[in-house]
Design a binder for this molecule. Structure first.
Ligand code: UDX
Length: 459
């Protein structure tokens, strides 16, 4: 199938590479010249396990261009995967989606049928709005136009993007026309029937079952995306709330999570207490959902509380440091992990950045390590002057991190941090205190290595 994808961010690029691997004829459009230059050289602008090698494998079959008019007229299906950044009031800004739809409608051939698919995460009602935008352009052009519109939300998990694209739990399609649904069913046929040869880096999991393609109306499809993310966000916030109480009553949240997770109705996933969620989705999508609700004058206290609890986790780390060290002035704190989660260099809404900023504001010096996100973190913190006067020192070698430090805070649970030589770290510190923000270590193990250990939700 001939496909044009507008936007080559995490979603657009992952989709482009996977669809090209499935032998579709893919063209990807992006206005960002630096991104296009990288892509023309066969280099991925995003860090995502496996994407570089898969891109190299399919590169000769994907066309990357800044020009919608070059690829849309010949396409059968057009996917919009542009960003929907938050507005000041938290609502998602759909101007790039509408602009993309407009540009597509301007170059559609009058005698051809197209399916236009919105993959970006958008407020409920956006697909309807896109249909209106497209109809307006057709009317200005004086052509009837022949386009079906569908919502096809993505559930991309950073660090697992390709795995999730090849082996999704489900595919959701919201459309009012059978034609659009049929086209999407043809698009995803190799995935729905798992007829492709798995790439060597992404073997098919033995327990994997064929995924359902759920079809519904566009508004419900848009809501599914927000509801799914908000549910996962509040599941994490719930266990974090329980973790706080565990600390008060001397219970262990990891045991509690194990015990409740064994209940099939609850399930054991997304019950890891810690520093909470960051990234490009949960903070933005929960805020956007509240924005949608506010427009209807509808209150969503559970969603509000999930956000409050999430951001409180970051403050609680600072409180733990204060109650252990007294003042933070002139103290040196080592930060293990800057990315919002492992296997990505994404630092958007990362707990680490807020914690670093708080520490600097309290007069501490920060030493920070991350396997791949130092560059991004440096840029983000430089903007506010936090990296000036050596207030934040980035170390490439994790064993240089604890030098002269008063405490370490493990913020991101990188695989590397699961196997640290704790004794070696502790020896270099002024006071060997470990705040384990992801409960990676057992208290016994850390204490045996000489640390004063403080986890999350553990007595
Ligand atoms: C998420 C959704 O998983 C995805 O379906 C959606 O499309 C976009 O948002 P992502 O933001 O990449 O994806 O990360 P995810 O793996 O869901 O984790 C989000 C955050 O929650 C991370 O900061 C992680 O550290 C945290 N988390 C996750 C916990 O604190 N505890 C857990 O048990 C699970």
């Amino acid at each position: 199938m001939k496909i044009a994808i507008i936007g080559t961010g995490y979603v657009g690029l992952t989709t482009a590479v996977v669809l090209a691997y499935l032998n579709h004829d893919v063209a990807a459009v992006d206005k960002d010249e630096s991104k296009l230059n990288l892509l023309h050289e066969g280099r991925s602008p995003i860090h995502e396990p496996g994407i570089q090698s898969l891109l190299e494998e399919v590169q000769h079959t994907i066309r990357f261009t800044p020009n919608v008019a070059e690829v849309v007229p010949e396409a059968e299906l057009i996917l919009i995967a542009v960003g929907t950044p938050p507005k000041k009031n938290g609502e998602a800004d759909t101007q790039h989606v509408e602009q993309a739809a407009k540009e597509v409608a301007q170059v559609c051939l009058p005698d051809r049928h197209y399916t236009l698919v919105v993959k970006s995460t958008v407020p409920i009602g956006t697909n309807q709005r896109v249909a209106e935008v497209v109809a307006e352009v057709f009317s200005e052009r004086g052509i009837p136009g022949n386009i079906s519109i569908a919502s096809n939300p993505e559930f991309l998990q950073e660090g697992l993007a390709l795995q999730g694209a090849f082996y999704p739990d489900r595919i959701v399609v919201g459309a009012n026309s059978d034609e659009a649904i049929d086209t999407l069913r043809r698009l995803y046929k190799p995935i729905l029937e798992q007829t492709f040869d798995p790439p060597s880096e992404f073997p098919r999991p033995s327990s994997y079952h064929l995924p359902p393609m759920m079809t519904t109306d566009p508004n419900s499809a848009e809501m599914i995306k927000y509801a799914a993310n908000t549910f996962l966000a509040l599941k994490i916030s719930f266990i974090n709330e329980i973790a706080g109480l565990c600390e008060e009553v001397e219970a262990d949240v990891t045991e509690v999570a194990r015990g409740i997770g064994l209940d099939g109705r609850i399930g054991n996933k997304f019950l890891q207490a810690g520093l909470g969620w960051g990234g490009s989705c949960y903070p933005k999508d929960t805020a956007a959902l509240l924005g949608v609700a506010a427009q209807s004058g509808y209150e969503m206290p559970i969603t509000e509380a999930a956000r409050t609890i999430n951001f409180r986790q970051r403050d609680r780390v600072i409180e733990k440091l204060r109650s252990t060290l007294g003042t933070l002035k002139r103290k040196t704190i080592g930060i293990l992990g800057l990315a919002f989660k492992p296997n990505t260099d994404d630092i958007r809404e990362a707990p680490a950045l807020d914690i670093v900023r708080e520490l600097i504001a309290a007069g501490a010096t920060v030493r920070a390590h991350d396997p791949i996100a130092i560059g991004n973190a440096h840029r983000a913190l430089s903007g506010n002057g936090e990296t000036e006067d050596n207030k934040v020192i980035f170390t490439e070698d994790v064993y240089e991190l604890p030098y002269d430090a008063d405490a370490l805070v493990l913020v991101t649970e990188w695989e590397l941090y699961h196997k640290l030589e704790l004794r070696r770290l502790a020896k270099q510190m002024k006071t060997p205190i470990l705040i384990d923000g992801r409960n990676v270590y057992s208290p016994e193990e850390a204490r045996a290595a000489g640390f004063h250990y403080i986890g999350i939700g553990r007595a």
